[in-house]
Design a protein around this ligand. Sequence first.
Ligand code: DAH
Length: 358
Amino acid sequence: MAIEDQVQQALSELLEAGATIEELYSSLGDTFERERAASGSYEDIKVLRDRWLGRKNGLLAATNQHWLKKAPRELKPKIGQLQNKIKQSFEVALAKALKELDERQLAHPPIDVTLPGPERRIGAKHPLQVTVEEICSIFSALGFSIAEGPEIETFYYNFEALNFPSDHPAVDEMDTLFIEDKVLLRTHTSPMQIRIMESQKPPLRYLVPGKVYRHDTADATHSPMFHQIEGFAVDKNITFGDLKGTLDHFAKRLFGSSIKTRFRASFFPFTEPSAEMDVTCQGCGGGGCRVCKQTGFIEMLGCGMIDPNVLKAVKYDPEQYQGFAFGLGIDRIAMRKYEINDIQLLYQGDIRFLRQFR
Ligand code: DAH
């Protein structure tokens, strides 16, 4: 039943029983008082206020509607007076109830403000990020700029301009993830060599960290997404000696001045000659152990002199300019540095793991 009807009904019943207007209002007051006495919270009081004093749907508004408006003329002043009086008394009663609640709350606060708050932990840099920053800072000191490039790459930048023959098995060997014909997730950071050389003139010294993707099944040493840093320098009169000196300096800065480097001949389509650089195994200090398969060395990166065909692809004259390039896997370096034995730990975001690298 709508409030108005309830009031109307109560009114008629009381009137039939021969009640006077004063008695009607006093019975309303009693009902309100009973409800107020049962209101023990701020929420209760809000509900009570809305129910009785609500402008549109409140009970008093309804009595006003039904009694004052419909009452005979001579009763109107009386009813108006009673209506105002009861409204004021309700307001006073509600204010008092609120004040009592405030006092009760002050006497027994629901929270102890003197207790220490919850501990907020300070975040830590991800071990991969620490490693990238460390490597970047070593090369920055040598005048290298840092750049980043797109992870969605074209076949041209990822392979063709890097001198991969069109039938080169590397396209399969690198387990390329294609998005559509000629568009793929880059399999290495080397395409940035082309993008940078294309848009700038030598001398250039760049370092490019970033994510790369291969169709690999995740296990302790593989991940379909991992991180590389590409580095390259192009200028007049750059030699393999510059490459060796730069990378030897880098390895010593990263792992300590006592480590040794060695270069083994290798092959990459975009470098000629190509090499792989090994560094002294930290596990055994070079004496030979299980980690380095008794060789005393661990493979660290691929490198070489930029192939003349790559320079030609970006319209540099190979007679005038030479360059060296190198690429390394950040994840493996971070794992070795922090003795992490499962690459997946780097990607799971488990704070119990991450917290160890503050
Ligand atoms: N892009 C190669 C890879 O992902 C790594 C690499 C080797 C980069 C030799 C180079 C380089 O710049 O000279 O396997």
